[in-house]
Design a protein around this ligand. Structure first.
Ligand SMILES: CC(C)(COP(=O)(O)OP(=O)(O)OC[C@H]1O[C@@H](n2cnc3c(N)ncnc32)[C@H](O)[C@@H]1OP(=O)(O)O)[C@@H](O)C(=O)NCCC(=O)NCCS
Length: 214
């Protein structure tokens, strides 16, 4: 996923795209998300859609982001925005997960246990990431140091982890359960503890399972 690299509201600007093409793009992202569940779960795709709350959370986020950024049909856009605002509150009530449609999240997101995940509205998350339950990706720091994390591709975020501040997490990083990450991490780092320290550079490859594209 192409991230803007600037986690401020200004940097996280919306690029105007064609309504139909972007809708198709959104469906493709959802297909990648679903595919990650299907690799772990032998049940049929429609059973996964009906029963996995992680899919519901992601689908709500993706649709709502499409409506916000790329749906330009007058009236329909207003109606859909209202629908998205209500459906987002329903998702929050059911799962305590907050995925604002202003955050940028790449394809192939896996949320095995979607409970209590909070993502800041300016956060950026790359492709094929895993988010554990009760994780927070939020704002931190004072004055000019204030900012929101930018996560690269294939990041494993263990349950209960907190990642905050103006930091960037490079590709293939694994963040341990309950870690508190306040400093940037290099590619393939494995970080655990409070404050999080790098214990190895074995990366996240063993924890991130997705269908490799040819
Ligand atoms: C961070 C993590 C991905 C690293 O995995 P790994 O690279 O295979 O590392 P290891 O498990 O071999 O652990 C290496 C060392 O870090 C310690 N460690 C691992 N995870 C830790 C954590 N979350 N907090 C503190 N220390 C941790 C281990 O005890 C071990 O210490 P030692 O070398 O003194 O024995 C993994 O430990 C983790 O936290 N996974 C989340 C698992 C989980 O929560 N599962 C439930 C999902 S619902």
């Amino acid at each position: 996923m192409e991230l803007t690299g600037d986690s401020s509201s200004k940097g996280n600007r919306l690029v105007v795209k064609n309504t139909r093409a972007s809708f198709y793009e959104m469906l493709m992202c959802l297909r990648e998300d679903l595919d990650r569940y299907m690799l772990l779960d032998e049940r049929a795709w429609w059973v996964i859609i009906l029963t996995c709350q992680g899919v519901w959370v992601t689908a709500q986020y993706r649709f709502s982001r499409w409506v916000k950024c790329d749906c330009h049909v007058p009236v329909i856009r207003q109606v859909l925005r209202l629908f998205c605002a209500i459906s987002q509150r329903v998702v929050v009530m059911l799962t305590n997960c907050e995925f604002p449609n202003t955050a940028q999240i790449g394809k192939g997101l896996l949320i095995p246990h979607p409970y209590g995940i909070v993502i800041h509205q300016d956060a950026q998350i790359g492709d094929y990431c895993n988010l554990g339950q009760d994780t927070t990706i939020g704002i931190g720091g004072r004055k000019e140091k204030s900012g929101v994390p930018i996560l690269g591709d294939r990041i494993f975020v263990g349950p209960g982890a907190r990642i905050f501040g103006k930091i960037s997490i490079a590709n293939d990083v694994a963040i341990g359960a309950n870690a508190v990450v306040t400093k940037s991490l290099e590619a393939n780092a494995v970080a655990v503890g409070i404050p999080a320290k790098v214990i190895s550079y074995k990366g996240s490859q063993d924890f991130i399972i997705y269908r490799q594209q040819k």
